[in-house]
Design a protein around this ligand. Structure first.
Ligand code: ADP
Ligand code: MG
Length: 565
């Protein structure tokens, strides 16, 4: 129907909007960055679609973004002639929040009384289009999908409902008009109708956008005559294509934020170039916090593929292994076809070479960070260590580096982690193995009877509580020629040869004394255990249950059981 329809925002979207309307984020300028970023994405999509789909009859000769201001009405409009949206797109993309982790974010925001913590949370999430409600009391969106005849008009005050109607005179693409809140007009700093303000925001946040961002500005000449002229506000240089020496830190950071929709600075920036038979440029970032969906099955990866400045795809899994899925960035490969599919990419030999180089570079960056910026490394490991450890399972090529950058909890210190190399350095004379125990929590492991003999002798034991730990320790098996040995499995021999010889007569006597008891216990418990034996492992507990060296650990058993096996 052509009538105006009023609809409700989905519950989570409504809650997030509430937060925006009441501006919990103080840096309101970013609303413009969000709109420009959406417009830029829409232009990328249209260019790609028009190259792939020859039937799509659209004019792509002047793709651009326009910013228009009406000082009387106090409105600001961001217009693009990109891909546009269908009516259904508008309902699903603007009326609901599909991002995973929204519920989690909202819960944390409600719990947090501290406003700067709330700002961090919002920053981690990125609110996109809804950021407009920080500065607007009403937002209008008019759009038409490329290739479709019918346009759509959407409007909302951000308070629970929006209206939607079909229109027939919408130009292809999207325009978003924000009706600025009256209170901001008094404050010159927030006057988003001022040319200088808009110019400043665009320069700061969106200079590298690959499409022209145009604005009509007024000029007064020497005779006092006022004329208008259209200016392009951004330099449009693809950052990754510029030499490193010509890009400053602030530009990298803004680019990262544009790319990742993150509002927090990255931990590390990696800018590299491959020359020779297969040319490419890569600009990668290690974020400073994990996304909410790092461990969600369909969580997204962050590397975009470009071919000679043309955006090809988001989330390019062929360029980054799963365990580095949190790395964000751009790879611009020069010799690929624009029509390349994900499947073909996976098979491409050159792409595999690029991927190997990227992985090595990322791991080397982390290794350097460990020595040069230990604080940053600690943040990195706390956020991404669990994912990186997945690499220990399959990435045999980089296993040594991965083991070098891995930090683990141990009995030596409550909070401070240790590397395997540091553990080995502290090993006692006569200790040949690296001891660890896996389990659900630190306290469970520390209170385990298995720990007693080790504690009594002052041996350090690694405390492994992540589910992935079970798998990689088994797979890796050793570090620096020393076996990784679970203290909960098989017979762990802590005595030196000397001590064993000295203790032998006493052990012999004990075996004789307890033989009858052990046989009886073995019979009584034959359903539950394989064997009952006398142990030297305990100092205070009377008995403990021990797995065979090749048995599954209790946590693994639980994992498999949960998986229905
Ligand atoms: P994000 O950009 O992170 O996906 P946003 O809230 O900024 O989140 O935008 C939500 C979605 O709305 C976008 O993913 C896009 O599909 C659609 N959208 C927003 N602005 C535009 C636009 N100018 N042209 C086409 N689609 C748009
Ligand atoms: Mg966006």
């Amino acid at each position: 129907s052509n009538g105006v329809e009023t609809r409700e925002f989905q519950a989570e979207a409504r809650q997030l909007l509430q937060l925006m309307v009441h501006s919990i984020y103080s840096n309101k300028d970013v609303f413009l960055r969000e709109l420009v970023s959406n417009a830029s994405d829409a232009l990328d999509k249209l260019r790609l679609e028009s190259m792939v789909d020859k039937e799509l009859n659209v004019d792509t000769s002047d793709l651009h973004i326009a910013i228009e201001v009406d000082r009387e009405k106090r409105t600001l409009t961001v217009r693009d002639n990109g891909i546009g949206m269908s009516r259904d797109d508008v309902v699903t993309l603007i009326g609901t929040i599909a991002k995973s982790g929204t519920a989690e974010l909202l819960r944390k925001l409600r719990e947090s009384k501290d406003t700067s913590a709330s700002q961090d949370l919002i920053g981690q999430f990125g609110v996109g289009f809804y950021a407009t409600f920080m500065v607007a009391d009403r937002v209008e969106l008019v759009t038409r999908r490329a290739g479709q005849a019918e346009g759509t008009r959407w409007e909302s005050t951000g308070e629970g409902t929006y209206t939607i109607e079909s229109v027939d005179d919408a130009p292809q693409g999207t325009s978003v008009t924000v009706h600025l809140k009256p209170e901001d007009s008094e404050d010159n700093l927030f006057d988003y109708t001022a040319d200088w303000k808009i110019r400043e925001i665009v320069k700061r946040y969106s200079d590298f956008i690959a499409w022209p961002i145009r604005m009509t500005v007024e000029r007064t000449d020497a005779e006092g005559k006022t004329t208008t002229e259209v200016q392009t506000l951004n330099s449009m240089k693809a950052l990754w294509a510029r030499p490193r020496s010509e890009v400053d830190e602030a530009e990298y950071k803004e680019f990262y934020k544009h790319l990742s929709h993150d509002w927090v600075d990255p931990l590390e920036t990696i800018h590299m170039r491959g020359e020779g038979t297969f040319e490419y440029e890569a600009l990668l970032f290690l974020p400073s916090h994990a996304p909410f969906d790092l461990f969600a099955r369909e969580g997204r990866r962050g590397v975009q593929l470009y071919v000679k400045r043309v955006f090809i795809m988001d989330d390019c899994e062929a360029l980054m292994p799963d365990y580095l899925r949190f790395v964000k960035g751009v790879v611009d490969a020069h010799d690929l076809s624009l029509n390349i599919s994900r499947e073909i990419l996976q098979q491409d030999r050159q792409i595999r070479v690029v991927r190997r180089r990227l992985v090595k570079k990322v791991l080397a960056t982390v290794r350097t960070m460990m020595t040069e910026h230990p604080d940053r490394y600690r943040t990195f490991w706390a956020e991404f260590g669990r994912a990186v450890k997945e690499g220990l399972i399959d990435d045999t090529e980089n296993r040594d580096t991965l083991l070098e950058i891995t930090s683990l909890a141990s009995t030596r210190d409550e909070t401070e982690l240790t590397t395997l190399a540091q553990y080995v350095e502290r090993m006692k004379d006569g200790q040949s193995d690296i001891y660890y125990m896996t389990g659900e929590s630190r306290s469970m492991i520390e209170n385990s009877p298995h720990m007693e003999a080790f504690r009594a002798r002052g041996y350090e034991v690694l405390i492994l509580t992540d589910p992935v730990d079970e798998v990689w320790v088994e797979r890796v098996g050793e570090f620096d020629g020393r076996p990784l040995r679970s203290i909960a499995k098989g017979q762990v021999d802590l005595d030196t040869e000397e001590e064993k010889k000295d203790a032998e007569p006493e052990r012999e006597q004990q075996r004789k004394d307890f033989e009858a008891l052990l046989t009886w216990m073995g019979e009584q418990l034959s359903e539950q255990v394989k064997e009952v034996r006398l142990s030297s492992r305990l100092t205070t507990s009377p008995a403990c249950i021990v797995g065979d060296a090749h048995d599954m650990t209790p946590t693994l058993e639980k994992m498999y059981r949960a998986m229905g096996q």
